[in-house]
Design a protein around this ligand. Structure first.
Ligand code: MSP
Length: 501
């Protein structure tokens, strides 16, 4: 069976889940759901990043131990993902023993390869990024990502000799030209590598909240070295060689553009040093800005995704984040945008189609769905929608995939408007129109299921079909002509009641 595996970043437990975390996680989930519908053996990994100075400081200000602090926040992520219908197969916390075992093994492998060496570190550190910066990278003495003052650090550290990996990384990317999507991010990574790589510190002596280095326990592992390793420790590295051999490398790391260097430069180099294959791919998302600005606690514009669910429902929110922004580009979140898209695509288009089909079937077909016809003008439109939707999900373009699926919804609504079955007398003509509309709706519910898992299943049941959409298969079950009719179609409550701004 073909395998498909994906990961989300592991989220820092210094704050509750916000819109940006939900965005990356929903994209990874929808793509994974699509691959399950293709019949693939899917593994989706998420989790939490719990070590390091940032968490230590957050715990200190809350007056609790870092472990207690992490234990209080990590479940909020698990709960949010449950609420958002995320189908991860594993949730790793970096404070778990299985993780520590793998991190130690990875550190030791790089050390034994001669790529980790003791040295003195003198320079700037940004706690918010958990990253070191060279002077030229700072803007007015501040971290270029957070625009926060950095701290001067001078300590004995162990360094990973990243500078030795320039040629190997460039060669690897040359051999894997499609590894990073979208393509323009690949250019950014290549440019960065060509600009010259600096060794980076992989340990901290002044911090105790972390995983001790196996050969020198007076240091703990640098939090990014520790965090990146989650992708392999979760699938057995250090604890289960067989599972690891079967499940690595991963198909896609879903990440935000802010952590591209760690993932596309540091991480493959660390793996190469340890004799492990790099991941097969990275899908890099842009930022979701809020009313044009970056979310931050200071500005007070941090959006809690769970609040939005109260307005547009879980599927409404999932749909919005998948459809509104081209994955890879920055997007802008606003309440107006959310409601506008909900009304246009869900209330007026999909919701309207489902409701009007049920109403007409009730009035003109005695409430029993008629079978679809072989020669419907919608058949070719459906085939195109399936092909385009499949192509877009395969290349991690959720907004394009949904656009392709929605073309079939719009075409079906137009087909009904052109034929006006509500004006016809009961009989063959109306049965043909409604059988075709039902068949189109059947196909739409399968195609849209990764984005709208609950409401598509509801529509499926309402049009008289049984079983779970998740047990269906994209290509076999989306072929035209499988709505055989003969079962009751029910209207039910509006699935996407129109909202006022
Ligand atoms: N813990 C690290 C990741 C380690 S992965 C081995 C981290 N955590 S984070 O919680 O700060 O953010 C993780 C990711 O959340 C970002 O890379 C990005 O994917 C996502 N986002 C956080 N804010 C975001 C937006 N405003 N918009 C879109 N995604 C953003 O970095």
């Amino acid at each position: 069976m073909t395998k498909f595996s994906a990961t989300t970043p592991i989220y820092y437990v210094n704050a509750k889940p916000h819109l940006g975390h939900a965005y990356t996680t929903i994209v990874a989930d929808a793509v994974s759901r699509w691959h399950r519908l293709l019949g693939e053996d899917v593994h989706l990994l998420t989790g939490t990043d719990e070590h390091g100075l940032k968490i230590q400081q957050a715990a200190d200000s809350a007056g609790v131990s870092p472990k207690e602090f992490a234990d209080s926040i990590a479940p909020l992520f698990a709960q949010a993902w449950e609420r958002l219908n995320i189908t991860h197969d594993d949730f790793i916390r970096t404070t778990e023993p299985r993780h520590a075992a793998g991190v130690k093994k990875l550190l030791q492998a790089c050390y034994d390869a001669g790529d980790i060496e003791a040295d003195m570190y003198r320079g700037q550190y940004c706690v918010a990024c958990e990253a070191y910066f060279i002077e030229e990278e700072l803007i007015d003495g501040k971290c270029p990502i957070h625009m926060k003052e950095t701290t001067y650090v001078e300590e004995e550290n162990y360094f990973f000799r990243l500078s030795r990996f320039e040629d190997r990384l460039l060669k690897w990317y040359e051999d894997h030209p499609n590894a990073i999507t979208p393509g323009f991010r690949m250019n950014e990574v290549i440019g960065f590598i060509k600009g010259g790589l600096h060794d980076f510190s992989v340990s901290r002596k002044t911090l105790t909240w972390g995983i001790p280095l196996p050969w020198d326990p007076s240091h703990v592992a640098y939090v990014w070295f520790d965090a990146l390793a989650n992708y392999i420790t979760a699938v057995g590295y250090g604890t289960d060689d067989k599972a690891f051999a079967e499940n690595w490398p991963v198909d896609y790391h879903f990440i935000g553009k802010d952590i591209i260097r760690f993932h596309c430069v540091y991480w493959p180099a660390m793996l190469m040093s340890a004799g492990i294959e790099p991941p097969k791919g990275w899908a890099v998302g842009g930022w979701l800005l809020v009313d044009g600005e970056k979310m931050s606690k200071t500005t007070g514009n941090v959006v809690n995704p769970l609040d939005l669910i109260d307005v547009v429902g879980v599927d409404g929110f999932r749909y919005y984040v998948l459809a509104e922004t081209t994955y890879g580009n920055d997007g802008d979140f606003s309440d107006e945008g959310l409601i506008k898209r909900f009304n246009s695509d869900l209330a007026n288009n999909l919701g309207n189609l489902a409701a009007r089909v049920a109403t007409v079937v009730e009035k003109k077909c005695g409430g029993i769905g008629p079978a679809s016809s072989a020669n419907s003008p919608l058949a070719a439109i459906a085939a195109t929608a399936v092909a385009e939707t499949a192509q877009a999900w395969a290349t991690v373009q959720p907004s394009k995939a949904l656009e392709a699926t929605w073309k079939l919804i719009s075409a079906t609504n137009s087909y009904l408007e052109d034929n006006e079955p509500w004006k016809m007398e009961p009989g063959d003509a109306v049965n043909t129109v409604m059988g075709d509309a039902l068949e189109a709706l059947r196909i739409v519910t399968i195609l849209a299921n990764p984005a709208l898992p609950t409401t598509t299943q509801e529509i499926w049941n309402r049009i008289g079909l049984t079983g779970n959409i998740t047990d269906l298969r994209i290509h076999a079950d989306t072929k035209w002509g499988q709505y055989t009719g003969g079962t009751t179609v029910v209207k039910g409550q509006p699935l996407f009641p129109r909202l006022t701004v």
